[in-house]
Design a protein around this ligand. Structure first.
Ligand code: ZN
Length: 339
């Protein structure tokens, strides 16, 4: 079945097609190459994501991304370094560079990024997190809760301060949790926050994925790839920010020597097919989760129109044509999802 849809919008991409946005020596040419490869999968805009690292490494890569001046870049997602230091919650983020939150530290990172940081994922229980969330909300930067072991009260406080997203809900938390309360239930129940989900079948079992989408409601779900350099590449060894990881035959990306996931090899076109398959929702209900909802969430626009073949039996979406149109952001400092 031939369909037309808006260009896809990915809030969380760590790299693509052999390029690691977190790697040393990142160049504008490499960034453009990764974005070009991503376009083939239908993603016409995204937030390249920089995970926890030293200030110098962050600043170097943020500068390259900001100055690449590629219209596909709608901003930068800074994931960490203000996250839980604990194993499990921390995921693949290096402990050595996990630090307390402060407006000052954020501001020097934002300056290094030429003001392009549009989304910050942090843990509310970290020292300094709440004042920073207030600062972010006041300055038009979205604050997301993730890689956290926060208590229900800490999560409620973060939402009151302006946090509006649960980053890759159901991941970035310890393997073993109290059945309840725990951060997953709290974030799932909070109607004020949207949730991003990784629909690769590895980060969340299909049943969990389906239950989360039903609980949040399709209007509050955004599909992210959390892709790393191995996306669009064969199984083997890759890296994220200098840490070795392996892409298995089954598509799972693991930090070598640990049980922890280290991003994904997912592409957003496959995430859409998987979401229809896992949830039983219609394609029309799922498409906004990967296009207009994330774009509106960061106050950006989608770009371009896609033509695609949709196979409802195999749940595959194959992008066949991308009609170019320049991205025009007219309301970068407003979030339609906040009262
Ligand atoms: Zn993460």
């Amino acid at each position: 079945m031939k369909i037309t849809l808006p260009g896809l919008f990915d809030l969380q991409v760590n790299g693509f097609a052999g390029v690691d946005f977190n790697g040393a020596g990142l160049t504008a040419d490499a960034v453009h190459a990764a974005l070009d490869a991503m376009r083939v999968t239908g993603v016409t805009r995204c937030l390249p994501t920089l995970i926890t690292s030293s200030f110098d490494d962050f600043a170097a890569n943020a500068r390259v991304l900001a100055r690449a001046a590629d219209p596909a870049i709608a901003g930068i997602h800074m994931e960490g370094p203000y996250i839980s230091p604990h194993d499990g919650a921390r995921g693949a983020h290096p402990r050595a560079h996990v630090i307390a939150a402060s407006v000052e530290d954020f501001q020097r990172r934002q300056d290094a990024a030429d003001g392009r940081i549009a989304l910050v994922t942090l843990a509310p229980e970290v020292d300094g997190a709440l004042p920073l969330i207030e600062h972010l909300a006041a300055s038009g930067v979205r604050a997301a809760i993730g890689h956290t072991m926060a208590s229900p009260q800490q999560i409620a406080d973060a939402i009151a301060a302006g946090a509006s997203l649960a980053t890759h809900l159901g991941n970035g938390c310890p393997q073993l949790l109290p059945r309840h309360p725990n951060p997953i239930w709290e974030l799932l129940a909070a109607d004020e926050v949207l949730a991003s989900l990784i629909a690769d079948g590895h980060h969340l079992p299909p049943s969990t994925f389906k239950a989360m989408v039903r609980a949040k409601g399709p209007q509050r779900i955004m599909l992210v790839s959390d892709a790393i350099a191995c996306s669009g590449k064969p199984p083997g060894e890759y890296a994220i920010g200098g840490q070795a990881c392996t892409l298995g035959e089954d598509g799972r990306v693991s930090l070598i020597g640990t049980p922890y996931l280290a991003g994904s090899s997912l592409t957003l076109d496959r995430a859409i097919g998987n979401t229809v398959r896992f949830t039983g929702l219609s394609l029309d209900e799922v498409l906004p989760m990967a296009s207009t909802i994330p774009a509106a969430f960061v106050g950006a626009s989608t770009a371009g129109l896609l033509e695609a073949d949709w196979d409802p039996e195999a749940f595959t979406l194959h992008v066949t044509r991308i009609a170019a149109s320049a991205a025009t952001d007219t309301h970068a400092n407003q979030s339609p999802h906040r009262a």
